[in-house]
Write a protein that binds this ligand. Structure first.
Ligand code: F6P
Length: 320
């Protein structure tokens, strides 16, 4: 294999730049030309492809976002879009492709492999941590740290006014960010889509905590469980609390990646190139225990990542 390409696709996640850098430099160390595809599958269809050298990835490991940029691409879902993508890979002589992204992007990678025989290795990049087969995806740790910083700050102002804050965090359909940040920040309650909840019970519990002397309450809501605005109205109306809401939004996805995300992405980038060189395709890099391994995309995409409900027990037990 002499030419490979790398792209970032779907929602960006902190650590993607570290992943690209690792792919480029591991490739160069193995005498391979590495191409960067701009804007994910959109750029692949449009032929936005350029050769990357070592200097192109200088000073990128500490930067959030993705310098190759990213996009969510509908055209790739069509046969015509897929054919254009394939033509561009062929005209650049690209023999192996590395796709960094979430479920949708990995599905695109699987299509290229299964339908068209392109050797593709995926790398899980999504703050949601909803990708099966890897204990954690690139960007999750940074997003959690971003959330924790924000909640810690909110806690201070909330305590000064005995207020109840409803804080909405990202995660699409997955409650992982909400649950782990609730544990990390000592939230009074957490509401996630995976676990049934009773609003009145939560409100009663919070009332009781105020009676016992708590000076504030923080409730973390996963966006997939509903909107903080609606929950806020209910808490105000039913509980009678002095309620404020904060939607953390995209600030969770930005910022310099943590050391964990930089090293995770770096290790996965190296493993992805090694995987291509060893002849693998249709696989994804995964963190299993302390090791980076390769797992079939088929397995990744036909399974749902389950949330460990033990964490919910911990969050509840510790919110006393
Ligand atoms: O998948 C990552 C994610 O940040 C989700 O948590 C969120 O629901 C979604 O992307 C937001 O997408 P966009 O940036 O396209 O608004």
């Amino acid at each position: 294999m002499k030419k490979i390409a790398v792209m970032t696709s779907g929602g960006d996640s902190p650590g993607m730049n570290a992943g690209i850098r690792s792919v480029v430099r591991t490739g160069l160390a193995n005498d391979i030309e590495v191409y960067g595809i701009e804007q994910g599958f959109k750029g692949l269809i449009e032929g936005q492809i350029r050769k990357l050298n070592s200097r192109d990835v200088s000073n990128t490991i500490q930067r959030g976002g993705t310098f190759l940029r990213s996009a969510r691409c509908m055209e790739f879902k069509t046969e015509a879009g897929q054919k254009k993508a394939l033509d561009n890979l062929e005209s650049f002589g690209i023999e192996g492709l590395i796709v960094i992204g979430g479920d949708g992007s990995l599905t695109g990678a699987k299509i290229l492999y299964e339908k068209y025989g392109v050797k593709v290795v995926g790398m899980p990049g999504s703050i949601d941590n909803d990708i099966y087969g890897t204990s954690i995806s690139i960007g999750v740790d940074t997003a959690l740290n971003n959330i924790a910083r924000a909640v810690d700050m909110i806690n201070e102002t909330a305590s000064s006014h005995d207020r109840t804050f409803i804080i909405e965090v990202m995660g699409r359909h997955c409650g992982y960010l909400a649950l782990m940040s609730a544990i990390a920040c000592g939230a009074e309650a957490v509401i996630i889509p995976e676990i049934e909840y009773n609003l009145e019970n939560i409100i009663d519990k919070i009332k009781q905590r105020y009676v016992e002397g708590k000076s504030r309450s923080v409730v973390i809501v996963a966006e997939g469980a509903g909107s903080a605005v609606d929950f806020g109205k209910a808490f105000q109306l039913i509980g009678g609390f002095d309620t404020r809401i904060t939607v953390l939004g995209h600030l969770q996805r930005g910022g310099s990646p943590t050391v964990f995300d930089r090293t995770l992405a770096t290790r996965m980038g190296a493993a992805a190139v090694d995987g291509l060189l060893a002849g693998h395709g249709g696989v994804m890099t995964a963190l299993a225990g302390r090791e980076i391994s390769l797992i079939d995309l088929d397995v990744v995409l036909s399974n749902k990542r389950e949330l460990d409900t033990k964490f919910m027990e911990i969050a509840e037990d510790l919110s006393l």
